[in-house]
Design a protein around this ligand. Sequence first.
Ligand code: SAT
Ligand code: MN
Length: 580
Amino acid sequence: MKTKLSALQTWVDQVASHTLPDAIHWCDGSDAEYQQMIDKMLDDGTLSKLNQHTYPNCYLHRSDPTDVARVEHRTFVCTGEKDDAGPNNNWMNPADGHAKVDALFAGTMKGRTMYVIPYCMGPIDSPFSRCGVEITDSPYVLINMKLMTRMGKKALQRIEKEESFVKGLHSTGDLSPDRRLIMHFPEELLIKSIGSGYGGNALLGKKCHALRIASFQARREGWLAEHMLIVGLESPTGETHYVACAFPSACGKTNLAMLIPPDSLPGWKVWTLGDDIAWLHLGDDGQLRAINPESGYFGVVPGTNEKTNKNAADMIKRDTIFTNVATTADNEPWWEGKTDGEPAIDWQGRPYDPANGKAAHPNSRFTVAAHNNASYSSLADAPEGVPISAIVFGGRRKELAPLVYEARSWEHGVLVGAGVASETTAANVGEVGIVRRDPMAMKPFCGYNFADYWTHWLSFADKSEHLPKIFHVNWFRQTPDGKFLWPGFGENLRVLEWIIDRCENRVGANETPIGYLPNPDDINTTDLDISADALAALTSIDRDQWRTEMESVGEYLDSYGDRLPKALKHQQERVTADLT
Ligand code: SAT
Ligand code: MN
């Protein structure tokens, strides 16, 4: 008996008798265990050492070349009723789902060790945290889970006390793309994932638990599990506001979470609480409070440099697992957008040849513990979380969406979130650069019907009078010839400054049918090289384009049928009417 919790022991025994591992290892989460796993992977070649002088404790993992991103088309939510999963999810009935995936798990761990990883999403002593146990046959998953979650002994103790946990079963199987399945059984608080070792498919604490299963749990329990970064913005006067921002995968959440204020905004400090996921609970005082369930970052490597994200560039110089980057002749990691060195070996281990495409995979990733980040906020470990002043939605849009606007009310803000659209990125297998609806940046991650999810969001309006204001931003507006209108990165703080001033009622705004836009003069452009025309374009709307957009949002909402909350449709109709 490795645990006194019989439900856990029984599940582990059942999995073992079905998957037939050679050995079972219960993870204690110690540094010694991490090092032991690294050594084992170095021995069997699944990990290699990077230059230990310039990149101490950094390692490279090359995945199977067909296993480099999430696979939304192979990801399912299995609820008893199809409508509970909704049009936003692939659905299978639970009996079929189990049968299909269990057949793939039969005997899959023969010749392998099965690792049992108890983990806690969120500070170990927070009432907002929730626990899980991942069973996996992948040492790569284990070392990533060690960096990304609070795992091991303490998590097991909490699980034994609470007697409840999310079950996650994972095997890399044979890595064949057509035998890859990422299955969620929210009613059973259960995940079964096979055939992939890639982050979002395999580190089950992340998207599978902390978003898909947690969003389902959150609805039942009255909170929100969201695809949001959490950042603290300390102004020159010493006041700190916390903001939670939802952008689709690979749209710069990590960069924003670690933003370094430009020299022209002296006195500002930015504190990182999280770069990907926020769990939001109403506190006793009616404030929405956020915790980051994770304790590490699994970030996109390409594009990371001193200019785009200095904190990230610095923190991944040590103690980091790189996946699918290139290497230089000196065995340093290399990626597109790195400002020094040049690639010698590409992400697949071949001598670099531009004819084979990029040197690093566009979705190559770093995994690193959060406390490696110089802007890490110690409040990321606070059990009570941080109070959120503003919720910010955003997407990658060449056209249409202005730099920033504020919703008129919570209910209107829910419409703004529901209408989020963005160009697709390399974080999922499939075509890149197509605009698709991605409500609240949760399209791939909401574990239940979006219509019910919007109803749940709307229900908060009656629960508190101190809810955050809701905004929408777009850093990605372009001129017709493809030039970015806004410099982005550190300069985005100028937009956040306006957002905070709005929260504190310190600045006026231009009221439009889509919400409140900044007067161009109210965006701080000190030392910024931006033309008056560009600023005007960024702070205005094209009514015709917006009417078309709102009609399209209306059609999208209608596709949710009878379950769509009337209050949301009403918001869409009101904005559309105001535009005509
Ligand atoms: O691939 S992950 O799901 O881990 C990261 C992301 O897509 O946001
Ligand atoms: Mn993400």
